[in-house]
Design a protein around this ligand. Sequence first.
Ligand code: PMP
Length: 388
Amino acid sequence: MNYQVYLSKTAKQIQPSGIRKFFDLASSMKDVISLGVGEPDFITPWNIRETTIASLEEGYTSYTANAGLMELRQEISAYLERRFHASYAAEDEIIVTVGASQALDLAFRMLLNTGDEVLIVEPAFVSYASLVTMAGGTPIPISTNADNGFKVTVEQIEKGITDKTKAILLCSPNNPTGTYLNEEELTKIAQVVKKHDLIVVSDEIYAELTYDEVYSSITSIEGMYERTIVINGFSKGFAMTGWRLGFVAAPREFTQVMLKIHQFTTMCAPHMLQHGAIEALRNSADNVENMKNNYRRRRNYIVQSLNMIGLNCHTPGGAFYVFPSIKSTGLTSDEFAEQLLKQEKVAVVPGNAFGQCGEGYVRCSYATSMEQLQEAMKRMQRFVDTLV
Ligand code: PMP
């Protein structure tokens, strides 16, 4: 049977993630230290798990409202106000989703007509371009570079704008570079966005993890609430990746359309887990702070070590990734990652998985123990020494 004839053009167009390919290779080997994963090495704090267990014991196993439990939306609304000075009504401006991933999907499906262009600041999280394509849009990469720590400039954005541009995807702190855009930088971006009448899809999934500055959200900048769709969730800051819980916050004219899509595709996020999310927002500030302090120590260590090894690396302001240059080795990103894995059993992700401008770099995640990081740095030193 020729299955190809049954597949939609869009489905065929989607490329598998460059990250998965590497994980599969690494997981087939023994004693690998993985700096490849994009998730916290911490287990979800106990109070969150305990609340969820109690919720199951009490029998909360039914659907919730499509937008999520009102109590959770109220907590999210208070959290957005408290942390980011952003006002969103719990009644109709917040939807609880199945991870930030679903929130992104809803945003693009709600916004895009065939041919609408979305600017994607690269290096970028692997899902964005495919999500835009699946929603019928056209992803337009905007390249950034290491000289200014991968911070996108107004000029770079303006170069990508055409009369088909509808939105720009910003991710701060960024995956894979860790780059954080502060209020001053966001204010400049906001000016271009307003000038060209664009919408910002702001992926703030790493907002809890900024190490040098207090987080600033673009939605809190004058005139930006109207044109911002905030994507966030519990996966990273609260160490809850497997829970698959996120949320989207936007003006009701947007959320109410997203809610129609959400209701028909997903119905609602899991009931008992939403109770855990309420607990996360109410009583986890200390846990989050502890994890963040841990990441900060590891970030400082890995940046210093990589630079000492001769792999040039800027100090990122957030998330749990560093994005060192491997250009001095004369290898491509793919060659570097593959040879490092085979020779020294350290898994990193080739930078080109995150867009063309990621070539010449690799992504290392420091969401792993200090002991593992120290061993990984020893092995990387040995590997680089064999090359020069
Ligand atoms: N955005 C970025 C930038 C990410 O790195 C990830 C997870 N790797 C997601 C969104 C998806 O997060 P979630 O687990 O909440 O779906």
